[in-house]
Design a protein around this ligand. Structure first.
Ligand SMILES: [Mg+2]
Length: 173
């Protein structure tokens, strides 16, 4: 198994992930972090890129569920504009939130993929839950203090590793 800090895939932006690639990997449901993955902190209502991508997913019968560490109130408010189901208080990097999502939505580990912008929370949680993951670049670099701390440690654990950022899910040769 890969290390817990290692995402299965690195893709520049969530909207680069195509329904076709998801389907070819047997994925029916995308679990996604909210802040800086789907919405920028300064544009919490979501941008066109998000809505166009979400539409494409739904057309392909692929579901999207937000898995967020934020409180229920905050996530509810945030995803209202996006029209996406969610799990809050997911306690990433613990796998609990992802496992609960699988139970609540009756999904298997094999048919989901976790997408997020932070190794120390999103990717570690996915690996501990035994689901595949996609690390994306944060939509906006400047964000809260805890996030900056996490990124600092993420830099430490990924140093010396070559990072290849793809436009879509691409399997290594
Ligand atoms: Mg995030």
């Amino acid at each position: 198994m890969q290390g817990i800090y290692e995402p299965t895939y690195r893709v520049k932006k969530a909207w680069g992930i195509s329904p076709r690639a998801l389907k070819s990997h047997g994925i029916t449901t995308v679990l996604a972090d909210l802040d800086n993955t789907l919405v920028a902190w300064n544009k919490p209502e979501g941008g066109d890129d998000f809505f166009v991508w979400h539409e494409k997913l739904l057309d392909a019968k692929i579901n999207l569920i937000v898995v967020s560490n934020n409180s229920t109130g905050r996530v509810k408010k945030a995803v209202k504009a996006l029209g996406v189901p969610f799990e809050s208080w997911s306690l990433k990097p613990l796998p609990r939130g992802i496992k609960k999502t699988l139970r609540d939505f009756n999904l298997s580990k094999e048919e989901v993929i976790m997408v997020g912008d932070q190794i120390m929370t999103d990717i570690v949680a996915a690996n501990l839950a035994g689901v595949r993951s996609v690390l994306v670049k944060p939509l906006i670099e400047t964000d809260g203090f805890p996030t900056r701390i996490n990124r600092y440690f993420a830099k430490l654990v990924t140093k010396n590793k070559k990072e290849n950022w793809e436009d879509d899910i691409v399997d290594p040769e």
